[in-house]
Design a protein. Sequence first.
Length: 368
Amino acid sequence: MTHILPETYLDYSDILIKPKMGNNLNSRKDVLLSREFKFKHGGIRKGLGVFNANMATVGNFKIAKTLLKAGLFATLHKHYDIDEIINFYHECEKDNISTDNLFITIGIKEGKKEVEKLLQLKSKGWNGLINICIEAPNFYIPKALETLKYARDLFPDAVIMCGNVASGDICLKLFEYADCLKIGIGSGSVCRTRAQTGCGTPMVSLILECADIAHSVGGHICADGGIVEIGDICKAFALNADFVMIGGMFAGSDEAEGEIIERHYQSNEIIDNQNVILTKHFKEFYGMSSTYANNKFAGGMSNYKTSEGREVLIPYTGSMEQIIRDIKGGIASACTYMGASCVKYMSKCATIIKVNNQLNTVFAKYEK
Ligand code: 5GP
């Protein structure tokens, strides 16, 4: 008989971090945002554990460079070729930007060939650290594990992140070869998987489930998808996620792929007997399983597949530098509310409460 698990799985909007006494921090300035990550197979990296998603619009060189420069982590999407990536490494070197926290994405479609492509990094002269992100919308399929094993064979010292999965049961198997698991299915801002398949796991309960297993074997987890507010990043860290991955929140920035699109709207406000015309700016953003992405990168949607991604116009949000400042400010502030002197201690200090109402949005629609 089919069972329904009795526990209600929670998402970011179902919880808050309770502020509390026991704090010896006087200012957000005193919070240490960077932490050390000692990976199971692949050495040590340092930084603030926030990644851009390895999607075509935000996993690009411009966003990666801005994140690395600011001490965060970055991925490159899987559509760059090796020469372009090597040029990028050298460009960063020239600008004194460390690429130690840069992850190169490969897919699993072509199996071992995808991994072998990365051997060219060395043969073409790149001697720096290599971090790999192995990407499959569904990492439960056997080919995903085979690709991961092969990547570990060929790159024994690399940091390897892989995903996505959305349950604890598969974690131990994957940590035999992986350093970090990307968790989250169906949470993304341009994701239609839950609508289309009825499958997915809410992020809060998923982080708790997987972080526990990961940390018991020295593995790390990256909570991928569903970051709507900066507070959600704070919640993920408070729940013991090591990394957070962000798509939509970066997709409206100057550095994201695509032109700024201008649209004019007639408002209800009337001046000199005329409706005021508002100008708003947008950028295009699309899911990697959308029809658009399949047409662009895979020569069309195969007839056994269906679109699990949206294509949207989202508000233009300005420079990545400002967004990163906001992220750092938000995390530092959360740490002072909960008495954590550094990001690493957030999960130790956090008291998490389940809530019915998370945000007061009464004036949100009037925002200038
Ligand atoms: P966001 O930060 O925009 O909420 O979520 C980003 C994440 O959504 C990505 O890192 C990826 O895991 C997921 N994602 C991106 N494109 C698609 C898609 O077309 N379908 C699904 N199901 N997930 C997607």
